[in-house]
Design a protein around this ligand. Structure first.
Ligand SMILES: [Zn+2]
Length: 180
């Protein structure tokens, strides 16, 4: 809950339905700013090298020690492509050339949207970034399916390998919880 208005510093913040709106918002009674809260974008890339993909073992909560498609919150004034590539650098010290949009995965319940691209891992080079305990290339058979951090990563990985077998490259829309 916001305590002070980030526009004027006042603590006169109330939750009301502004005129012309239909949902309660936090409104500053001093400067009349309406503080909208909208869903967050999580941007990431599934880096590909040969027949393998790069995953990162998380060093931070939530899901410490579990593997993840490198992804993170988009920053302000950053494009989703820039944010996705930045995350690969921060988590795995790898550079990627984006190939295309692979999955758009909504978790409406917690107001998050994951956008995962496919990208070629440049020269197959990577390290271990600060947010990771380890980073590794995995073939499909080697993926630690029981130790994947987020459903968005599982969604992205399963569809990537299925598409590859079928010779397809497409964008998948997903929602959590998934309905089979
Ligand atoms: Zn204010």
């Amino acid at each position: 809950m916001m305590k002070y208005c980030d526009q004027c510093g006042s603590d006169k913040i109330e939750k009301i339905v502004p005129s012309g709106d239909n949902k309660p918002r936090l409104v500053c009674k001093s400067c009349e700013t309406i503080h909208y809260r909208n869903p967050k974008i999580v941007a990431g890339v599934l880096p590909i090298y040969g027949d393998k993909v790069l995953l990162c073992k998380r060093s931070i909560e939530p899901c410490v020690g579990m593997w993840n498609v490198p992804s993170g919150y988009l920053e302000n004034k950053e494009s989703v492509e820039e944010g996705a590539a930045r995350e690969v650098w921060e988590e795995a010290l790898g550079k990627v050339e984006l190939i295309g949009t692979h999955s758009v995965y909504s978790i409406a319940r917690i107001s998050q949207v994951y956008i995962h691209f496919l990208g070629n891992l440049v020269d197959g080079k990577f390290g271990v970034g600060e947010e990771s305990l380890d980073c590794q290339l995995f073939s499909e058979e080697e993926i630690p399916w029981d130790n994947i951090a987020f459903t968005s990563s599982t969604f992205t990985l399963k569809r990537y390998f299925a598409d590859r077998k079928a010779g397809l490259q497409q964008t998948h829309l997903g929602n959590y919880p998934e309905v089979e």
